[in-house]
Write a protein that binds this ligand. Sequence first.
Ligand SMILES: C[S@@+](CC[C@H](N)C(=O)[O-])C[C@H]1O[C@@H](n2cnc3c(N)ncnc32)[C@H](O)[C@@H]1O
Length: 386
Amino acid sequence: MNENFKMLAKTLFGFEELLAKELRALGATNVQIGVRNVSFVGDNGFMYKANMALRTAVRVLKPIKSFNVTSEDDLYRQLQYIKWDEYLDVDGTFAIDAVANSDNFTHSHYLALKSKDAIADYFRKKYDKRPNVDVKHPDLQVNIHIQKEYCTVSLDSSGDSLHKRGYRSATNIAPINEVLAAGLVLHSGYDGTQNFIDPMCGSGTILIEAAMIANNIPANINRREFGFEKWNDFDEDLFDVIRNSLLKKVKESDSVLIGYDKAPSAVRKAIENIKNAHLEDFIKVSQENFFTTEKEVEGKTIVLFNPPYGERLEIDVPIFYKEIGNTLKRGYPNTNAWLITSDFSGGLKSVGLRTSRKIKLYNGKLECRLVKYEMYEGSKKAKYNN
Ligand SMILES: C[S@@+](CC[C@H](N)C(=O)[O-])C[C@H]1O[C@@H](n2cnc3c(N)ncnc32)[C@H](O)[C@@H]1O
């Protein structure tokens, strides 16, 4: 039962190094960085731990078979060699997630259909009946990945994407993905020893992820379910042991986390989400216009936010971003300020501060930059552009 096997954690572009670092810290071996993924080795218990604790992983896959394929018929045949009844009961349900990066397979929808037929027919031949497909809540989520002629079949141990942490109520604000928020915080170097401010906090995602990092709270402690909990080999006692050992490592940081938003509805939503995450003792949110604020804490401080982008929300981009630069200059000395935006020309150019770092990332399909401004006091103001 305690055998080691290879797994693949998928992530967002630009977070591969962060994820590898998280995996090593958790105790993974053979950690290898790919594009939008990191492979590693561990046992079942580690797979539970990875799902529970990783902040920058979107899902954790367990490959069960790899082979060469050149056509859909070929794939159908190869899939029938897998002993599916070891993983799924005939009365259970399954779903297929198929991705192909290959000239031979250009329709991933058709690929998924063909794979579904192969699994259904495997059962039909053996049991004269077949498991049903349930795309929303399957007992087994199968992942088919084809790279040129190389196909990897994996079981998705996460089920739903790991960004669904379980603390967020429905929202009409443009919220940032939780995995993206966690990665931004880790990129900023925040570790709970500095103060932390999100001055345009919307529904509070960045603050919540930051507070969980500060207190070493497992990223998915509030989540209702993981895919592996429905697997035939699920070991509930082991899962409890892993969960409890992660909870023992929770520490209480005395870092102050502060959020502002000028919209009362956003402030209400942030407070609700923070309560859902049981973090109300660590995060203080108030209704403020960032442009009229000044830093209200002493000592090392990180400011991190995703301001509105022109694409999503109605603002005059150059004026708004210029005001961001002015506010940081005026009110936030001795601060490392980070922001993520997709507004390169009108937005970033208008901030009027020199960036000390620029990281390419994506917010959904939007190409973005996470940029850093180092705000000094006194003579070092020379760092400014204008
Ligand atoms: C892209 S949203 C942030 C989303 C947030 N990260 C989340 O996860 O929900 C931008 C937020 O900036 C707020 N905002 C716009 N102008 C502001 C200002 N001058 N001061 C404070 N908040 C502002 C908006 O109300 C909106 O909630």
